[in-house]
Design a protein around this ligand. Structure first.
Ligand code: BGC
Length: 357
């Protein structure tokens, strides 16, 4: 039996750009524990009891801040912003003025630019046994985005084994915003091979096909009769290797935004459910966001060795990133991602864990 523990707090005490970093731990009365770092306001570990009651770490990551700094993959567990996902050619226009984010993903700006929120040291505000708040102020012009943006990310761990992530932001100039969390989950336990045996359901009849640069073409497509259909629970591995043009564009796997069914959203029901037949761990995702990026770690290479020294290979994890649609600033048919002064951006996502025997 694998014995999973939280990383040592002292391995996260460091200085980055003159700011101290820490490990923050949350615990509930049901045996769940979460480790967070102010470096990227990120999830480091998520210990969840499996079907035998043994704590299992279900997110990829490293056991020290140095591991994160040296990692090939920059987005483990992070808060992504100011604009999660891709902006075509790093360009968009607000009120006739064009803004430019230096491309860091082929021709696109990905996840708020090279030095997005994931790379910043956030201030800790309130830290209790079951909650931690992180705060960051992005300067006007930071990474090319207009407006000074104050952002709050709150993590709450409930006794119902839910990790609730709430976002709140305000700007002093019109800007664009799209925030998400980039946890890489493996419900078999981090570093335990691929996620093909996981059973996934997504409440979405349509998704957004992409072009060769992974920018949505703008025309939603029905999932019906495609590998993208997860309306009834299906093995992630069932169709992932198919020679499907969209799976190929995702670098050999899923890396696409689902348009969540409005009924599931309106009724506050889970928009996605995933289960590991090995551990029995079941994850439900609830959100206020209209989209869900389902990503199967197609760009993981095995170079990064995780918390227990195991390589993080392609398909070694899945991400369910709740968000607005990619490239929204350039796609006027998509729900707007514009945030104006005097308005408050609010969004919430819940990762709820249970065991299905
Ligand atoms: C994107 C992937 C990208 C990854 C980076 C995901 O949100 O959809 O294409 O490689 O983030 O970690």
């Amino acid at each position: 039996m694998t014995h999973y523990t939280l990383p040592k707090a002292r391995n996260f005490e460091h200085q980055i750009s003159g700011k101290n970093t820490h490990l923050i731990t949350l615990e509930n009365s049901r045996g769940m524990a979460v480790a967070l770092s102010d470096y990227g306001a990120r999830i480091v570990s998520l210990l969840v009891p499996d079907k035998h009651g043994n704590p299992t770490d279900v997110v990829l990551g490293f056991d020290s801040i140095k591991g994160y700094l040296a990692a090939d993959e920059q987005y483990h567990g992070v808060t992504v912003g100011r604009f999660a996902n891709r902006i075509a050619n790093g360009r968009f226009t607000i009120d006739g003025e064009t803004f430019y984010i230096e491309p860091n993903n082929g021709p696109n700006a990905l996840h708020g630019g090279a030095n997005g929120f994931h790379s910043r040291i956030w201030d800790r505000r309130i830290v209790y046994k079951e909650k931690a708040d992180f705060y960051y102020v992005a300067a006007d012009g930071e990474e090319g985005f207009p407006g000074k943006l104050s952002v709050m990310v709150k993590y709450r761990l409930t006794d119902n084994n839910e990790l609730i992530i709430s976002y709140r932001a305000q700007t002093d100039k019109p800007t664009v915003i799209n925030l998400t969390n980039h946890a890489y989950f493996n419900l078999n336990g981090e570093g335990n091979g691929d996620i093909h045996n996981h059973i996934l359901q997504i409440q979405a009849a349509n998704y957004l096909p992409v072009d060769e640069h992974q920018i949505p073409t703008g025309v939603p497509a029905p999932v019906e009769n495609t590998p993208f259909d997860f309306r009834t629970p299906k093995l992630i591995g069932q169709d992932i290797m198919q020679p499907d043009d969209q799976l190929i564009k995702g670098n050999g796997g899923y890396d696409h935004n689902y348009i969540l069914d409005t009924e599931a959203l309106a009724k506050k029901r889970p928009v996605a459910t995933v289960r590991s037949p090995v551990t029995g761990i079941n994850l439900e995702v609830l959100t206020t966001e209209p989209g869900l990026q389902f990503y199967t770690g197609n760009f993981l290479t095995g170079k990064d060795k995780g918390k227990r020294g195991n390589p993080y290979e392609k398909h070694g994890a899945f991400c369910l990133e709740t968000q607005h649609f990619p490239d929204s600033p350039n796609q006027l048919d998509f729900p707007t991602t514009l945030l104006l002064p005097g308005h408050v951006f609010e969004s919430q996502t819940i990762y709820r864990f249970s065991v299905v025997k």
